[in-house]
Design a protein around this ligand. Sequence first.
Ligand SMILES: N[C@@H](CCC(=O)N[C@@H](CS)C(=O)NCC(=O)O)C(=O)O
Length: 304
Amino acid sequence: MSDFILHQYELSPFSEKMRKVLGVKGLTYHSVDQPNIAPKPALTPLTGGYRRIPVLQIGAHVYCDTALMVRELERRFPEPCLTPPALLGAAEIIADWADHRLFSMAAMPTVVALAEILPPEFFEDRAKMSPGFSAEGAGAMVPHFESQMLLAMSTLDAQLQKAPFLLGEQLTLADLSVYHVVNFAAAAPVFANSLAARPALNDWLEKIRAMDSGNATSMSQEAALDIARAAQPDKASPPDAIEDAQLPVGASLTIQADDYGQEVTQGEIVWTRENEVVVHRHDSDIGDILVHYPKQGYRLAVAS
Ligand SMILES: N[C@@H](CCC(=O)N[C@@H](CS)C(=O)NCC(=O)O)C(=O)O
């Protein structure tokens, strides 16, 4: 029986990134369906506020942000390795570009194209979530993002004419991070047409679509919360924990994404790595939880 619980929803591109990472690793996991708009009453007791998807739960440990989840899975399951050490820095830089910049180009035109299958409150929810996004003005923002995304697709296609994967002969984190965005964007006719005209990009997309997505069994929200209630988090720091003078152990910390979905998690710092911070929180319903965040992409404020 697997210990991994992925809180996700089917249409979520970042969940698709994680499903493919779990597939590369050949892992079995539980999948818990969460809503695609706030509120998320069976998710936020685990995270303390963070509402983005996916979230990885392992007992009473909760991992926010796919960048951190990927590192955690590589650490726990080094074989098969998703990204060889010699390509890791380059792959993480491309992943950061894809998860933020490329995703921001693709998201608006794609959700506008998908409007009919989305809940009526979707645009209002995203307007609250993203500074600069207005529910009424969504349509007007489409042409600019569309043209930016088409340029990016052209660059990706040019690269993939030269090598089967973005960093050469083998699949890495760079591919899966770009893949989840292009795969989602393909739902918009303008991007589907662009793919049809770019065989190298299209073949690469189909190749990754055909790859394994791990072995998922569905789990109810309540069962996942029960697992958190029954588990005790492990507060021991790992061998590569560091002393970060800016983030002293025991201090009260607030954590907030620096882009969109800025709900705050607050807790006491338990340990930190170079690019990870772990806080302890007590939830009145589910008890003690350790929430893990990457440092990159998050505003960290210690209470003075
Ligand atoms: N940087 C985050 C981004 C996650 C993200 O933007 N997820 C989208 C869904 S794919 C989201 O949470 N949208 C709002 C929602 O689903 O409520 C990560 O890598 O996990």
